[in-house]
Each structure stands twice: as C-alpha cells, then as structure tokens.
Design a protein around this ligand. Structure first.
Ligand code: XIL
Length: 850
C-alpha cells in the first residue's frame, strides 16, 4: 500500500491541514487527535534544487527588482531581499520574466535602439550566484514593439481584425503599413545576433520562438501572427538558424503553452518533426505549463509529456504555475504534476516556476506558486518535496553481517513465490470483521486448495477512522488508532470489535495463514501519550525520530535505531503480532530506512513464530539494494498497480529492472491481482468514478454497499491475460486483490489455472529476449530442466494488433526442434506461421525440446 489514494485524499482533505488537527485537539482535549505538526523550521526547510538535484534543475522567473536588489512601490526592499534569499536557497536556474523580451531590450529601431541595462543586471545576478541563465524570448507575437513590423507595404484588409489578443493583457496587434519579408528577416537576424551574441557563453538556453502554434481545432495549425503573415511559416526555422549562428553552443528551445491539450500537443509534434527533418537546430522543447486544476491532472500531464518525449529531445517545463482551487486542491494538483514529471524524469531536464512567490506572480489568481507572499512555503511545497523523496531511489549503505544471517535464516519459509489474498484492492482501508470472515471462508474453499496460503488485511485494521459511506471523506477520527498500553496496534473497535485473534483463529482452523499490514515506526498516538517501551526503562519519546516520519501518511514517527530501547521496541512489536497469531507481515514505508529495516528483519528472525515478511513500498526499489531487501521474503518493486494500460507498462518496466532477481526466500513483487470486483474508490485510474461516488450526505442510507463501493475490473480479456502472464513469468507473488464474495467464478478459474500456477511456482524470473515494434518477447526457463520453459510474446500496443513472425532467435532459443503449447487456449501452437496478437494481449507459450 503505497501512495494510497484514499489515504492521500484524506490526508489532503483533513490531516495535512494542521490547523484543523490542532483545532480538533482544542475542542476535545482528551481525544488523541493532538498530533504534533511536523513544521520545518526555516533553516531546516528543504530546498527544491536539492530535492531534485539528481533529476533536473529547478528554476524560477525573476523580475528586475530581484536582479538589481531594489524595492518597488509594491514590494519593499526588505521583501525583495527575502525573495532574493529564497531564489538563492531554492533554485539553481533563472529566467527573466520580462527583461529580455524585445520590447524591453530593443525598444527602438536603429543602432542605439537597444537597452541592455536590465538584461545585463539579470545576467550579472545569475553569474554572481551560480544560477543557470535562460534567455526569454527572441521571437514572439507579444511584447514586441510595433516598429519591428512597420514598413511601407499596405496592410491587408483583414489586418485590424486578425490575431487579437486578450484585451487588457497585451496591447492590440499592430495594424499599420508593414515591413517586407526581407526587412523583417533582417531585423530578426540583427536582433538575434546582437542579443544572443552579447550574452554568448553566459546565457545557456534561449527561448528562440515562443507560442507559434495556434489554438483551436487541428486545422488552425500555426498562429496567424505578424511574423507568420509577413515572413511565412519559415520564420521559425530562420529564427533558430540565426540563433545557432550567433552562439553554436547555446541550447535552443521552442516554447509554447497549453500543450496539456491533446490537439495542441499534436501540432507541436508535427511542427518539431518537420523542423527536425529540415535539420533546424532545435535542442529542447519548453512546455510553459501555466496550469489550472483541470489541466494539472496527473493523467493529462503524463500524456502530454509522453507525446513531447517522442520527439527525442529534452523537455523543459518553462513557466510553471497553477491557478484555481484552494490550498488543499492545489497541493494535490501540484503533487500530481510532479508525479507525472518524475515519471518522465528521463526526458525532463529543467522545471522553472513562473515567479518566486504568490505576491509577484503575473496571474490574477492569488496563489499559483509554492511560496506565499511572505516567502513562506505552502502545503503545495511540502507535497512537491514529498514527491521528490518518494520517487527517487535511495542507495543503501553496505549491508551488515547480521542482516546476511537473517536472510539465510529466513529462506526456508518461502521456497516459491507466496500466494494469498489481500484486502486493499477491494476494501481499501475499510474492511470490517464480518466481511473479513466471509471472505476468509471463500478463500479457504476456493483458493487454498490451489496453494493460496496467506489471507492478509491491509492498512486500516487498527484505525478508528470511519469514512462517510460511499465516500472517501473521513468522519473525522482519522488520527485515532487502537493501541494497547505498549503502543502496539490492536484490532480497531470500529472495524474489528472482537479483536484480530478471532480472525487468526478462524484462519488457522481452516488451514489458512493470517497476515497483517504494519507501518514502520510508531503510531503518533503512542508518542503523544509517551507510552513505555515494553521491557525497557525507556519511553516512546526516547526512541522516536520525529524527523523521519512517513512521507505519504502522517500518523507515524520513525524510530531512531541508535537509541537504547529501539531494537527492543521492534522485537516487542513483532512478538505482539506473533502472539496475535500473525503468520505474515506486510511492512510498509520501510524500504528506504535501512536501520529500521534491519531491526525489523532481526526481530522477525528472532521471533519463535515463523513470520513471512513482505516489504513495501516499491516504486523506487533498486536491485543495488538487494542485500537489504533480502531481510524480507517479498519486496514490492512497483507502486500500486491497477487495471490500466499504464500500470501494465510500469510492471514491464520494473520487471526489466528486476529481471532474473527472484530466488528462493526473496520474491520481487508486482502488487496484488486487481481482478474481479474491486473497490471503486481506490483506483487512481478511475478518479472520475471515485468523485462520482463521493456521495452527498442526503444520499446516505439510500445506497447499499454494492452500489457505492464496488466496481468491476476494467481490464480487457487480453489485458487480463497479459497481467497474469507477467506475474507467472516473473515469479511474482500472487495475492488476489478482488473481493472474494463478489468476483465471478471465471476470475477464480483464471487465477487458479494450473499452467499459470506451474509457471509462477517454478520460481524463476524470466528475462527479456527481444523487442521489435510493439512486441516484447520474454522467456522463463523451467528450473533444473534443459530446453523447457515458457515464452511470452507481448503486444505492448494498447490500440493496434500486431502480426508477428516468430523465430527461435527472437525467443532466445538455440536452434533445434521444439513443441509449443498455448497456456491460454491449451492448444498446441505451430510457430512456423505469422501470428496476430491483439492490442495489449499476449501469446503465452510453454515450450519443450523434442
Ligand atoms: C508574462 C510576464 O510574467 C508578465 O510580467 C508580463 O506582463 C506578460 O508576460 N507566456 C510567456 C511569458 O512566455 O513570457 C509570459 O510572461 C507569460 C505567458
């Protein structure tokens, strides 16, 4: 359970509002909602440039006050001073908001028509402070003086009515007699050579052409600007050519806005491709990213970056700000934007915010940036930093010898990939005792006979929070958890009024093993009450590490393993769970915290009860840290996986990263099987559905659980086969996530398919053999058998079928004679002929040499 959408939504809506938490504490002081806020002091405020230092530069648009240090009528010199300090502390790149635009730097015609003063100040400021300098912008239809376009050619009839701009923002378009094409090209060349030449070697990136694409339907391709009207479409290529002449080393950028719009981004792709075909020197794409709550959605940014990335040159986010919504909504939106950006970290090389803080933003919306008008970080800032931390891999130090012992000791418990069920995909954080028991009965009857062993309850089993039925909104007890006097979690009075032992006992009676989800560290409620650390003279505040809290949920604190009593705390937690009858722990928020991971591994190894240890979260785990992760039997290697094409893509990517790493006792894990009947409120891919279900209070009581809570899996049959083939061939643990009471029999049949289980339990993670067009071929050898195994021919294209002519070479097989059988049709397959594979589908073959 990582980046749990329910939790995140709730966190954003309720917990993260520190004020709300404190207010609640004031109203009912005896209630354990008094969670201390993690407010960074200003010296401890993290910086954007450091948080993303291994990924991209983080920049900001500055104005002339910042460059010169002078206050203005609106901003006192003290505030300007604070902003300058903020620029230096947070950013490693700057863009000029106006000072390098044509109207500022070259207001008049003629040799003395330049005004370099403000631009020089900007460049000096950057140089003196070690900031990468961007020049913005050379050729644009706005903020360009009329003289540039003026001449003796009569304007066309339509001149006064074309190319109007938003009234009040920019001045009306020049409508007088015009320069000729040659004159305008000459002015452009002169301007570019002078300006680029002056800052050669200093300004490292130039926005050469800004906003040349038209808005509106696909047929409105290029903006009908005066550049376009007078010169024609090659004004773009010419501008790049002149800039390249002036400084052959500078990075030349094409910059435009609204590229979140699928129509506009296609125009960009056509334009840049055609420029690339003409060998125009263009080195980066700037996507301005003036966003609002709608365009900032993860899916939209993700798709837009996907398209731009296809051009094969770096992407710069050049003018980021976000209008609309309140602080909470903005925080969520910024989080989505940065998650999407981090997903495209291979392409994105620079992210520039359009303004230092809300007070100096160009937008009318009062708060589009990460810092408020007093230069204080806002919740959106915290969210961006959190994403930076969550999405980057931590390479752990060398593993201690005690950890190796633990790994060896634990091997016997999971000789093959563990199989089971987990409540999260179908019940989120809200499964109740009776539903649990009913699922357990079905598990024992339908899955256990096929080797499924572990029945696991995810986060929520010790929570006293209740969501409004059919909604992801909390009733308000979100920070209350059921703990015993030692701070150990016990069954929630709300969800498991008869305790967890009742469930464990029933499971054991049915021959099923029982698992629970845990979070690293201690529940903050234990810290608030400063409970004793069992078996020691210490208390929770002696061992807590409040600076090492979970980054995506804020009800826990870390444990400082250098403190006496810390190992005893973890020993006690594990023993407590063992006493409850727990056979498996899914330990969350643990992979990037080596000392605590080691402590948990040791505690599990010491414990007399056999406990299977599963480690989460997974999106940034790396095989480099395998020695540490081997403290557990299972390691999540993906973020939350759902029934979408993009989740499948991520699984393929992570399989590639981790291919071949599975071994007895250690199983890289691609999350639950999101098949059958799922929880409609957890799935990030169906956000609309979730919002629709966010019922109004007056609707409560009229809907039943079925109507509001569940939804069917959205996979196509081909995607379902792909999903299971992936897991079978990578030897990923199989934990059914769908509701066992509501999923149709067909789903049980498919997840207990003998051939699928045989491939999975073979326990070998396959490797990628070949890739061509949209086809990926993977092969998993049969353990201990020569010339036998499984082959997956995956069509990774979501929309188009592919015809594939198989060859032994593509399969990675030495020549010879083989038999092939399709796992999904159970029929022999003759691979001499071309085969057509449907979109997102797979040909899953078992092979054996004759
Ligand atoms: C804006 C500046 O921030 C404002 O101060 C000015 O009044 C208008 O221009 N796209 C761009 C930027 O490429 O140059 C614009 O900057 C915002 C839109």
């Amino acid at each position: 359970m990582k980046s749990n959408p329910i939790l995140i939504t709730i966190l954003a809506a309720t917990i993260l509002s520190r004020a709300a938490a404190l207010q609640a504490a004031e109203v009912e002081p005896q209630k354990p909602t008094m969670v201390p806020p993690i407010t960074p002091t200003s010296s401890a405020t993290p910086s954007l440039k450091t948080a993303f230092k291994d990924v991209f530069l983080v920049g900001v648009a500055i104005n002339s006050s910042h460059a010169t240090g002078h206050g203005t009528g609106r901003r006192s010199s003290e505030l300007v001073g604070q902003e300058i300090a903020l620029i230096k502390a947070q950013f490693n790149q700057i863009s000029p908001d106006n000072d390098l635009k044509w109207e500022k730097i070259h207001p008049r015609n003629g040799a003395d028509g330049y005004n370099f003063g403000p631009a020089d100040a900007y460049v000096d400021f950057g140089e003196n402070n070690g900031l990468l300098l961007v020049g913005h912008t050379l050729v644009w239809h706005n903020q360009t003086p009329d003289w540039v376009f003026a001449g003796t050619n009569p304007p066309p009839q339509s001149a006064h009515s074309t190319n109007r701009v938003t009234p009040g923002y920019f001045k009306p378009v020049y409508a007088g007699p015009r320069a000729s094409r040659e004159e305008l090209l000459e002015r452009m060349r002169d301007h570019i050579h002078k300006v680029v030449g002056r800052y050669k070697g200093k300004v490292k990136v130039w926005d050469v052409v800004n906003e040349a694409l038209a808005d509106g339907p696909p047929e409105n391709y290029l903006r009908d600007s005066l550049w376009m009207q007078i010169i024609g479409p090659d004004f773009i290529a010419k501008a790049f050519q002149y800039a390249h002449e002036a400084d052959p080393d500078v990075i030349l950028r094409y910059n435009d806005f609204a590229l979140e719009n699928p129509v506009k981004v296609q125009k960009l792709v056509s334009l840049i491709k055609s420029l690339q075909e003409q060998k125009v020197p263009i080195h980066a794409i700037g996507t301005q990213s003036h966003l609002n709550l709608d365009s900032a959605q993860f899916e939209k940014i993700d798709r837009s970056l996907d398209e731009i990335a296809k051009l094969g040159i770096p992407i710069h986010i050049t003018e980021l700000d976000l209008s609309g919504g309140n602080n909470d909504e903005k925080q969520l939106a910024y989080e989505g934007v940065f998650r999407a950006v981090m997903k495209h970290r291979d392409s994105v090389k620079l992210v520039t915010f359009w303004g230092v803080d809300d007070a100096v933003s160009w937008l009318r919306d009062g708060s589009p940036l990460l810092f408020d008008g007093n230069c204080q970080p806002k919740p959106a800032f915290d969210a961006v930093i959190r994403v930076a931390k969550e999405t980057q891999t931590v390479v752990l130090p060398a593993v201690g010898s005690s950890a190796e012992d633990v790994a060896i000791h634990k091997k016997a418990l999971a000789p093959t990939p563990p199989l089971g069920w987990n409540s999260y995909d179908s019940y989120g954080n809200q499964i109740r005792e009776e539903e649990t028991l009913r699922n357990l009965e079905v598990f024992a009857k339908k899955l256990a006979p096929h080797g499924y062993q572990y029945f696991v309850l995810d986060l929520g089993w010790y929570s006293e929070d209740v969501c409004i039925p059919g909604s992801v909104r909390s009733m308000g007890n979100i920070l209350d958890f059921a703990l015993d006097g030692n701070g150990y979690p016990i069954g929630s009075r709300t969800y498991f009024p008869n305790g967890m032992k009742r469930i464990a006992d029933r499971a054991h009676k049915l021959g099923v093993k029982f698992g629970l989800h845990m979070m690293r560290g201690m529940v903050r409620k234990a810290w608030v009450y400063n409970l004793p650390v069992k078996g020691t003279p210490y208390r929770m505040r002696d061992i807590a590490d409040t600076n090492n809290a979970c980054l995506w949920a804020n009800f826990t604190y870390g444990v400082d393993m250098t403190k006496p009593g810390a190992q005893e705390y973890y020993d006690g937690v594990i023993q407590h769970l063992a006493d409850m009858g727990v056979d498996m722990i899914k330990y969350d928020d643990v992979v990037n915290y080596p000392p605590e991971l080691e402590a948990i591994g040791k505690a599990v190894a010491k414990c007399k009860r056999d406990i299977l240890l599963s480690l989460s979260p997974g999106d940034d785990t790396t095989p480099k840290n395998k020695d540490y992760y081997k403290l557990g039997h299972m390691l999540r290697i993906t973020g939350d996986v759902w029934d979408s094409h993009s989740s499948l893509n991520n699984c393929f990517k992570r399989w590639r990263d981790w291919q071949g790493a599975a071994e007895p006792g250690f199983w890289p894990d691609m999350d639950m099987l999101c098949l059958g009947t799922l929880n409609g409120m957890c799935d990030p891919a169906t956000q609309d559905e979730r919002e629709r279900r966010n019922l109004k209070p007056e609707e409560l009581g009229r809907k039943n659980l079925e109507e509001v809570f569940f939804r069917p899996c959205h996979f196509t049959p081909g995607q379902e086969h792909t999903f299971l083939t992936l897991r079978a061939m990578s030897a990923s643990p199989l934990f059914m996530g769908g509701c066992l009471l509501r999923s149709e029999q067909r789903v049980f049949d498919v997840i207990t398919d003998r051939d699928v289980l045989a491939c999975n339990q073979n326990g070998v993670s396959g490797t990628l053999q070949s890739q061509q067009a949209s086809i990926d071929v993977w092969r998993t050898p049969k353990a201990g058998k020569l010339g036998q195994g499984w082959i997956g021919v995956f069509n990774r294209n979501e929309t188009a079928p592919v015809t594939f002519t198989p060859s032994f070479n593509d399969f990675g097989l030495p020549g010879g004679s083989y038999r092939f059988r399709s796992i999904w049709t159970k029929e022999p397959v003759n691979i001499d002929k071309p085969v057509t594979i449907a979109p997102d589908d797979v040909l899953f073959l078992e092979y054996g040499s004759n």
